[in-house]
Design a protein around this ligand. Structure first.
Ligand code: DHB
Ligand code: FE
Length: 282
């Protein structure tokens, strides 16, 4: 059976890609953000995952407001980045892990999560940037399964439902007949709001409590309704649902515990409170 090694959460912002492209990692504005990553690079070099299952949200690239699946799973041999142009000019396509995609899709439907299956899927910064941050030298040594959660257009799935969904994805991976090592990625958050009268809204207290809860009380955030979460974290802060799915996925399979490998929190990059967290399963 496949081995689940851990999970990584990171914020995604197109401007990060622009900073990578311009080599601004040591610039005073960017340094506190990029300085979070070397311990993650070390952990990945030691752990050597083969596959990454990426919980993320599409931003109107592959799904626009007229067609918005609540949950969608990629099942393609590769995923081409086609971002809106504010970030890194070109990113290499991500290689798919089609067998695991269908393992996840079949398990989810069996567990009554009726997902949209995507045998073609364009991906944006939310799916592509985390890999660039985790493997800055390129030539990614992993294949991927993109798992998209609607955080963009109401109605959004409840936090409680997202937790159950993530758990089911984890069960599917744990039951995958493969000797490969799998890690989960959560892409999005933490608190931010890009538009309206609350543009620029950030809630450090909530973000830090949320990050801590993933270690000490993983279902803590499921007590809140979607509207409460939007109020606490901003209209785009609700992307933290991906982190909840990632944490729930780690609850599946052998071993009950997770330990923190590393975390970082920095305000702001663009309009966003950036979080970074690596959890190892034991
Ligand atoms: C920003 C944040 C996001 O989550 C995103 O998808 C796009 C932009 C920002 O803070 O600029
Ligand atoms: Fe986003």
């Amino acid at each position: 059976m496949a081995k689940i090694i851990g999970g990584l959460g990171t914020s995604h912002i197109p401007a990060i890609g622009g900073a990578i492209h311009k080599g601004l990692q040591q610039d005073p504005y960017w340094k506190p953000f990029f300085d979070g990553f070397p311990p993650i690079h070390e952990w990945l070099k030691a752990q050597k995952p083969d596959v990454m299952v990426i919980f993320y949200n599409d931003h109107g690239l592959n799904f626009f407001l007229d067609k918005m699946p609540t949950f969608a799973v990629g099942a393609a041999p590769q995923y081409v980045n086609s971002d809106e142009g504010w970030g890194i000019p070109s990113l290499e396509p991500l290689k798919g892990e089609v067998d695991l995609s269908w393992q996840i899709i079949n398990h989810l439907v069996d567990k009554e999560f009726d997902v949209t299956t995507c045998q073609e899927l364009l991906v944006d910064h939310a799916c592509s940037l985390p890999l660039k941050l985790f493997y800055p030298e390129g030539n990614y040594p992993v294949t991927v399964v993109p798992v998209c959660i609607n955080t963009v257009q109401f109605p959004l799935p409840k936090a409680h439902r997202v937790y159950a969904f993530g758990r089911a994805v984890g069960e599917a991976v744990a039951a995958w007949d493969s000797s490969k090592k799998v890690a989960f990625i959560a892409s999005g958050g933490l608190s931010h709001q890009l538009e309206g009268t609350r543009a620029g809204f950030i809630n450090k207290d909530f973000d830090l409590n949320f990050m801590e809860s993933l270690l000490t009380n993983p279902e803590w955030a499921t007590q809140f309704s979607i509207h409460e979460l939007v109020e606490k974290t901003g209209t785009q802060g609700i992307e933290l649902l991906a982190w909840l799915a990632m944490r729930a996925a780690l609850a599946a399979g052998e071993g009950a515990g997770v330990r923190k490998v590393h975390s970082n929190y920095h305000i702001p990059i663009s309009n966003t409170a950036t979080g970074l967290l690596a959890l190892e399963k034991f």
